[in-house]
Ligand binder design. Sequence first.
Ligand SMILES: [Ca+2]
Ligand SMILES: [Ca+2]
Length: 222
Amino acid sequence: MRRAVFSTLILSACVTTAFAQQAKVQLKTAIPKEILAGTPPEVLVILHPNLAPPPESAPKFLVPEGTRNLALHAKVTSSDSLPLLGELTYVTDGKKKGTEGTFVELGPMKQWVQIDLGKRSRIYAICIWHYFLEARSYHDVIIQVADDSDFTKNVRTIYNNDQDNSSQAGVGKDRPYIDTNFGKLIDAKGVHGRFVRLYSRGNTADDANHYVEVEVFGVPAT
Ligand SMILES: [Ca+2]
Ligand SMILES: [Ca+2]
């Protein structure tokens, strides 16, 4: 009996220590101004009732202390190496106004952008701004993390809203959403990896794919 109590005390001490080491803070990211010039989100959600309602405020999310945007100025590659508009560097240049000339436009249908974090990292959250000059929903948003740039080693899918498997990465359980200036925060649950790949397959307005900015919040793995 005494031993059981002692063990419980040790266990709770370990849990407390682990929790102290993992002190959580609010994730901080700059939210760009609303620049809506086309279809408002309230209309899009009526046209497409399957979409998650648009957010009314910035996402709130706790991350371990020391977490930062590892994607800032990181190297970006893509299935479309010659974007129709803008440059791939826009994806991680830290600028997210979202106005004309600040987003990259990739070719039609299924395309991806890939971010090299430079070293294996522990990833807690990913924030995405595809486009928010008008309300749109991008189809088949799938996010994967891997150890190698060819996505053959330790590939994990951390988000997938392709509910009919039209992008053939498996049926996604996540709900399609409307892009707004608040961006979309994905919980990456502390996954380890060096490369982050984001897929999409056109959107509710046209077949093209766009990115204003992608942030990958984490810490380099030790
Ligand atoms: Ca940008
Ligand atoms: Ca689909």
